[in-house]
Design a protein around this ligand. Structure first.
Ligand code: ZN
Length: 81
């Protein structure tokens, strides 16, 4: 069991707001590169949120199914490299 994320300014444990929240990582040319499944945590004190992922992405652009997942309409947080 892992310690949940801690909000440093508040000194509080964060709680899970959403499991399996998707994050789209863009490459240096701002093109879709990897899709990660993350858990989104939120601090009940200051409302700060963080995403924590597994150690590997669920899809990379050279893999089958990447385009289908990218175009699935699921909400994704876009993150630049
Ligand atoms: Zn906080």
């Amino acid at each position: 069991m892992r310690l949940p994320p801690i909000c440093v300014p508040c000194g509080r444990r964060m709680t899970i707001e959403k499991n399996s929240a998707l994050v789209l990582l863009l490459d240096g040319d701002r093109q879709p590169y990897q899709i990660w499944s993350t858990d989104r945590w939120r601090c009940g004190g200051c409302d700060h949120a963080v995403c924590r992922s597994a150690s590997v992405p669920i899809a990379e652009r050279y893999e089958r199914g990447f385009e289908a997942l990218l175009n699935s309409g699921e909400a994704m947080l876009m993150v630049e490299s």
